[in-house]
Design a protein around this ligand. Structure first.
Ligand code: DWN
Ligand code: ZN
Length: 421
C-alpha cells in the first residue's frame, strides 16, 4: 500500500531501473498543483504547494520528479479537456485513420484508450468502425465521454483494472496511452495490465512529451506534479522489454511541444515488422546529442533562469509603461510558468480559456481570474501572453481581430518574444 504523507511521497529510486544514485538538475521550488483551480470564495486561502524538482538516472537516462503526489488528489476531478484544442482533435483524427490503415482494423476489434479524458481520441477511432472503450479516473470527464457516445470506465488503469476489463470486454486489438505514461508512478503494474488486456498480436502505442524537445526548447513549464517522468526512447525501450514486449516502431511529432509515439508489441508476436531503422536512428540521436550523459542536463537550469529573467523584465517594463496585459490558455504549463516567474494579478489582468469548466475559476497559486473569450473584446489588453504556446497558431487564428486592432502577443517558449515585433 503506497504511503502518502501530507499528500505526497519522496521517490528515492529510478522508477525504470531502480537505481538509487540520482542527481537533481532542475528545481522549481514549491509549486501548486497545476489543475487545482479554485473559486473566488477561496481566493484568500493559500493553496497547497509541493516540491517540484527533476532527478536524472545515469543508469537508464531516465528523468523523473523527486516526489510522487497522491494521484487521487490530482486526477479524480479533472479540469483539463483534450477536445478544446482543434489542433489536438485533428492530431487524433490522423492517428485513428493511420492506425486503422496500418493495423487493418476490423469491426469486431476493440481499441482501448488509457486516460481517455473526455473521449476526444476515441471519438476519432470510433469513426474508423471499431469498438472503443475509454479508461479514465476522472468521473467528471467519463460522464462527458459517455454522453458523447464513448463507453468509458471511471477507474485508474492498473493490473486489476485490466483483469476486470478482460472479463467484461475481451482482448484489445490496440491499446493507446496518450499523455498518461509520463503521469504514472507504478509503470510495472501499468504494463502488466497492458499485457493482460492486449491481444497476442495487438498493438500498444505510447505517446508522451519527448525529452529531446523539453530540453532543446527549454520547455521547463511542462514540469508539473502530474508529469512524473520525462522520457527518452532509451528508458521506454528498457522498461517495455522487461515486461515481455518489443518496440517495433517509433515516431516523433510536433504536438504538445514535441512528442514521441512508441509502437510496442508482445515479443511472441510476429504480426508486425520491426522498423529497426527508425528505432536505432532515434537511440543514436539521443546518444550523440548527449542525452545519455548527466553533463547535458546540468546546463538546463541556467536556460530556465534566463527565460524567467527575460519574462519578468519584459512584463515589469510593460507594466511600468502603463500597458495592460492578459493571457490566453489557462494551461497546466501556463500555471507553472506564471507561478515560477512570480507573476500575479498585478501583472496579468485575466486568462482567457475556452474550457467551460475552467471559466469563473481562479488559476492555481496566483489566483488570476479565468474568463471566457468574450472578455478579449470587452476589455482588450495591449499584450496577450500565449500560456498555451504549444497551440500558438490556433490561438492567434482565433484572435486575429485583436491583432488586427494592434494587439500584440507574448510567446514565452522557446524564448520570450513579442509577436509581431
Ligand atoms: O499531459 C497533459 C497535457 C496533454 O495537457 C496534462 N497533464 C495537462 C494538460 O497540459 P496543459 O493544460 O498545459 O495542456 P494544453 O493542451 O497546452 O492546455 C491548453 C489550454 O488552453 C487548455 O486549458 C485549453 C486552452 N485553450 C483554449 O482555451 N482555446 C486551448 C486552445 C487551443 C484554444 O483554442
Ligand atoms: Zn534508471
Amino acid at each position: 500500500m503506497t504511503e502518502f504523507t501530507n499528500g505526497y511521497k519522496e521517490l528515492d529510486h529510478c522508477r525504470v531501473c531502480k537505481n538509487t544514485d540520482l542527481t537533481t538538475y532542475l528545481d522549481l521550488g514549491n509549486m501548486p498543483l497545476v489543475n487545482s483551480y479554485v473559486t473566488a470564495d477561496d481566493d484568500e486561502k493559500p493553496c497547497d504547494r509541493y516540491p517540484l524538482a527533476i532527478n536524472y538516472c545515469p543508469e537508464c537516462s531516465m528523468s523523473q520528479l523527486s516526489i510522487v503526489v497522491d494521484p487521487s488528489i490530482m486526477f479524480k476531478n479533472y479540469f483539463y479537456r483534450s477536445s478544446i484544442s482543434q489542433t489536438f482533435v485533428n492530431h487524433c483524427a490522423e492517428y485513428a485513420e493511420n492506425s486503422a490503415r496500418r493495423f487493418s482494423f476490423r469491426e469486431s476489434d476493440l481499441v482501448v484508450d488509457i486516460a481517455s479524458n473526455d473521449g476526444a481520441c476515441l471519438r476519432e477511432f470510433k469513426k474508423q468502425g471499431v469498438k472503443v472503450l475509454g479508461v479514465d479516473p476522472a468521473e467528471n470527464l467519463a460522464k462527458i465521454a459517455i454522453e458523447s457516445g464513448v463507453p468509458t470506465v471511471a477507474k485508474f488503469w492498473n493490473a486489476d483494472t485490466a483483469k476486470q476489463l478482460l472479463a467484461d470486454h475481451g482482448k484489445a486489438k490496440m491499446i493507446t496511452a496518450m499523455n498518461v505514461f509520463a503521469h504514472v508512478d507504478d509503470l510495472d503494474s501499468f504494463l502488466t495490465g497492458v499485457n493482460t488486456l492486449l491481444d497476442d498480436d495487438g498493438v500498444f502505442a505510447i505517446e508522451c512529451p519527448y525529452m529531446f524537445n523539453f530540453m532543446t526548447n527549454t520547455e521547463f513549464d511542462t514540469t508539473y506534479h502530474e508529469h512524473l517522468s520525462y522520457f527518452l526512447l532509451k528508458p521506454i525501450k528498457h522498461l517495455v522489454e522487461r515486461h515481455g514486449f518489443e518496440v517495433f516502431d517509433v515516431m516523433t511529432m510536433n504536438i504538445h511541444g514535441g512528442s514521441i509515439r512508441v509502437y510496442v508489441k508482445k515479443k511472441t508476436s510476429k504480426a508486425w515488422d520491426i522498423c529497426y531503422q527508425n528505432i536505432d536512428k532515434l537511440l543514436l540521436m539521443e546518444e550523440e546529442t548527449g542525452f545519455h550523459k548527466l553533463n547535458t542536463y546540468m546546463h538546463f537550469s541556467e536556460a530556465v533562469k534566463n527565460i524567467k529573467e527575460d519574462m519578468v523584465n519584459l512584463i515589469r517594463s510593460l507594466k511600468a509603461e502603463g500597458k495592460k496585459i492578459a493571457a490566453y490558455g489557462a494551461s497546466a504549463k501556463g500555471n507553472i510558468l506564471s507561478n515560477y516567474c512570480g507573476l500575479g494579478k498585478s501583472d496579468i489582468d485575466y486568462i482567457i480559456d475556452d474550457t467551460p469548466e475552467k471559466q469563473g475559476y481562479l488559476a492555481p497559486g496566483h489566483h488570476i481570474p479565468i474568463v471566457a473569450f468574450e472578455q478579449l473584446k470587452k476589455d482588450p489588453p495591449d499584450f496577450l501572453i500565449l500560456l498555451a504556446w504549444n497551440f500558438s497558431h490556433e490561438l492567434m487564428n482565433k484572435t486575429s481581430a485583436y491583432q488586427g486592432e494592434g494587439g500584440k502577443y507574448i510567446i514565452p517558449i522557446p524564448q520570450v518574444k513579442i509577436v509581431p515585433e
